[in-house]
Design a protein around this ligand. Structure first.
Ligand SMILES: Nc1ncnc2c1ncn2[C@@H]1O[C@H](COP(=O)(O)OP(=O)(O)OP(=O)(O)O)[C@@H](O)[C@H]1O
Ligand SMILES: [Mg+2]
Length: 346
């Protein structure tokens, strides 16, 4: 018999192209507490352009990481992302599933900017037993292979998806909780990953626009390999060096320019439809937020303040949660999986 009931917890699992990240958040005590984190690198080219090239290799890496970290949950929260997916929770009039299937295309038209011919639409009524006039529906517009391959990967690890979230929403969830002061005017959150930079634009706290830019830290490593003839691991050391190496500086300038342009375009698009003025501030997360010199390239180009953000600004962590990790190095990489784990256990 347990003397104390175990706090309910959620495991957020983010299988990035550079690093696998797992975060356990306890929801037992009212406000969420980060109980454990685990991070491991993904083998080079095991995940390319969001596609898992070698599912067994990635499955083994995840299984090893969870095992070594003694994360035993079978149900995890994961996310899909990229330009080929939109997953959105909507409210619509309560009706039977068969009827909903008739009107879901019309509902989706308002939410999904894809060619309806080339998209698989699906939905799930989240509260089928409810009796309110409105029902919560999870609307999914995606290349169906994307969701299926994610589930197959989890099955190979021996895991189930309790929720399949969308990356940009998970980032927003964690960001909103940690930076309430950012919920005014137009701000951007840019999560610079290994391959992809996810840009969320917020207007008075509402995530109004999301863009995936196909540029990340991997490009910097490749720049050094191609232009300087460096081996991958030597290039990685320079990219993660802490100080801006002279051989890296011009590439940071070029790639930073690309990212700035993406953010600028998204903000310009928004400005035409908004009365809140221009972009006022950019928050950076992801491994790329640690690249020396990148934040200042973005600040110079965008002419706004650029702040490095992380998910433990206002979320508590248990004292041992980051044991074995350098918190400053890893916390910025954890915004997304923290957002996943914030979903309270059902
Ligand atoms: N301290 C650091 N300084 C600079 N770069 C870092 C640092 N730590 C990690 N990186 C780089 O950041 C990337 C990993 O960041 P992150 O975990 O956010 O990406 P990911 O989620 O794996 O990628 P993606 O989301 O694009 O699939 C790698 O390219 C890594 O080299
Ligand atoms: Mg990522």
């Amino acid at each position: 018999m347990a003397l104390f009931p175990r706090a309910r917890s959620t495991v957020g699992l983010d299988i990035g192209s550079g690093f696998i990240k797992a975060v356990v958040i306890g929801h037992g005590s009212g406000s969420p507490v980060i109980e454990k984190i685990a991070i491991a690198p993904v083998a080079d080219d095991a995940i390319v352009e969001g596609e898992v090239m070698d599912p067994r290799l990635v499955a083994n890496a995840v299984r090893d990481l969870l095992g070594a970290s003694q994360i035993k949950a079978r149900d995890v929260v994961v996310a899909v992302g990229g330009r080929d997916v939109i997953i959105k929770k909507i409210q619509m009039d309560r009706m039977k599933e068969a009827e909903a299937r008739e009107v879901i295309r019309w509902e989706a038209d308002q939410h999904v900017p894809f060619d309806p011919e080339n998209v698989e639409l699906d939905f799930q009524i989240l509260d089928p037993e409810g009796d309110g006039l409105q029902m919560q529906v999870l609307l999914v517009a995606a290349k169906r292979e994307l969701v299926e391959s994610k589930l197959a990967l989890l099955a190979e690890i021996g895991l189930d998806a309790r929720v399949i979230d969308v990356e940009a929403f998970a980032l927003h969830n964690a960001f909103e909780r940690n930076y309430p002061e950012a919920m005014k005017g137009i701000v951007a959150l840019a999560n610079i990953g290994h391959e992809t930079t996810i840009v969320n634009l917020l207007e008075d706290g509402v995530p109004v626009l999301t863009r995936d830019l196909p540029v990340g830290v991997r490009r910097l490593r490749e720049d050094l390999q191609r232009e300087r003839g460096m081996a991958a691991d030597a290039a990685d050391r320079i990219v993660r060096g802490g100080d801006l190496d002279p051989s890296l500086a011009p590439h940071v300038a070029t790639r930073g320019e690309e990212m700035a342009l993406g953010i600028e375009r998204a903000a310009a698009f928004l400005q035409t439809s908004s009365r809140s003025g221009g972009l006022t501030r950019v928050y950076l997360t992801g491994g790329g937020s640690r690249v020396p010199g990148l934040a200042s390239v973005l600040a110079d180009r965008l002419k706004v303040q650029v702040t490095q953000a992380h998910p433990v600004e206002r979320i508590d962590a248990a004292p041992e949660a980051f044991a074995g990790y350098a918190i400053d190095d890893v916390a910025p990489l954890l915004m997304l999986p923290v957002g996943l784990a914030l979903r309270a256990a059902a």
